[in-house]
Design a protein around this ligand. Structure first.
Ligand SMILES: [Zn+2]
Length: 413
């Protein structure tokens, strides 16, 4: 296993953070937080830094819907002097992404101080940013280290904990999608990373009662799983191990909210609802007998390019051309490629079944999310039924990565 950056999850994370700074000669900082995360942890980090006689400038992001967007980036740049500083994002995903982006673009490093186990992106080199109303993941940098103060994570608001759980159980569907991609569409695959990602999710699911009660051993398992999922992406060099059809639905709903100027929704909350929908696809694949699958594979036809492009334009509006370009590999599938998928699906249906069996039943996923207090449907998530359905039908166009949904479509399930 590759060596990774230092990660501390525990009750003494802040003293260990100070020791890390001392050992690495870091003494000038830019602390980025919002009012809530400053109260939750930022104040203490600031006091620790000052107690060592180090220099810190604190920037509190303002706004009623703080995003990783132009406003946040500008607030940080305006507030800082020009001195070289190590960034200290104190917060969950958004604040970390703003600091990840600004630190990278200004030639600085950053140390991550999460306040909630809400996403698996803390160690990521990609920063999902909102640019011209669309979400794009920009290549930036990972943190120098992560110091997660466990009591702060345990005291985090319940919706953030539920979101982290949603983002973590997404590995159960994303890895199955990835395995199908390797089996049927020759996508690059790494069995060891796939199994690590699955284990990360199960390690937390096995402690779900403690997570639901907000007990620290459950939250520690949740954060450890999210960090491991982040490492799986780093080791594979892209997001494939951690992001499948469920994430494509989440991105779709996020872009719809952005386009309509609506309030944002937590990443992991959207992903969790996506996991239920993706698990439903695997429910139907598991229900297909070998005979039925072979008959359907024989009847499978090439995607209707014109109809699919029209559907992409209808679902994605102004982003239609870009999404159609992302999806080109599938839109331009040749008869020989289709024949190969049909042959493999028919010949290796037992393997498809083994993969589908690694995904829990959708009813089980729904029960877990309900138990931790996360949303399980469109109404609870805060999107319209129409947006939900369009996401379920159109989100898979977002990328040409293969997944359960694409197989189900080819088989007419
Ligand atoms: Zn995610």
């Amino acid at each position: 296993m590759p060596t990774h950056l230092p990660v501390v999850i525990g009750p003494n994370a802040i003293p260990q953070f100070a020791a890390f700074c001392e050992a690495n000669g870091l003494s000038r900082f830019a602390l980025i937080a919002d009012d809530n995360t400053y109260r939750a942890l930022g104040e203490r980090v600031e006091a620790t830094v000052r107690a060592h006689g180090w220099d810190v400038q604190t920037v509190l992001l303002r706004g009623d819907d703080i995003g990783a967007d132009a406003s946040s980036v500008y607030q940080v740049l305006v507030a800082l002097d020009g001195a070289p500083r190590t960034f200290l994002p104190v917060g969950s995903g958004t604040i970390t992404d703003v600091a990840r982006f600004v630190s990278h673009r200004t030639g600085a490093g950053f140390v991550s101080l999460p306040t909630a186990a809400s996403v698996d992106g803390f160690t990521s080199i990609g920063a999902p940013m909102i640019v011209d109303g669309a979400k794009v993941t920009l290549t930036t940098q990972g943190p120098l280290a992560v110091f997660a103060d466990l009591p702060t994570l345990c005291a985090a608001p319940r919706p953030l904990i539920a979101a982290g759980f949603g983002d973590l159980i997404a590995k159960l569907t994303s890895v199955a999608d990835w395995e199908l991609g390797a089996l049927l569409w020759d996508e690059p695959f790494d069995a060891e990373i796939a199994s690590r990602a699955r284990l990360a999710a199960w390690g937390c699911v096995n402690r779900i009662a403690a997570v639901a009660r907000g007990e620290c051993d459950g939250i520690e398992a949740l954060m450890a799983g999210l960090i491991e999922s982040g490492f799986c992406m780093l080791d594979f060099g892209e997001t494939r191990p951690a992001s499948g059809y469920e994430h494509q639905m989440s991105h779709f709903w996020e872009m719809t909210l952005l386009r309509e100027g609506k309030h944002s929704i937590l990443h992991g909350a959207k992903v969790g609802v996506g996991v239920i929908a993706s698990a439903r696809v695997y429910d139907s694949l598991r229900a297909l007998s070998l005979e039925d699958a072979r008959r359907r594979a024989l009847e499978a036809r090439l995607p209707d390019r014109e109809a699919d492009v029209a559907e992409i334009y209808r679902c994605y509006g102004p982003l239609g051309p870009a999404v159609a370009a992302n999806h080109a590999a599938i839109l331009d599938m040749t008869q020989a490629q289709l024949d190969e998928i049909r042959r493999r699906a028919g010949q290796h249906w037992d393997e498809v079944q083994r993969i589908a069996a690694t995904v829990p039943a959708s009813a089980q996923v729904e029960a877990w999310l309900h138990q931790v207090g996360g949303p399980v449907n469109a109404a609870e998530l805060g999107i319209t039924e129409e947006a939900y359905r369009t996401g379920v039908n159109c989100a898979h166009f977002y990328r040409s990565r293969f997944n359960g949904k694409k197989l189900a479509r080819l088989l007419g399930v």
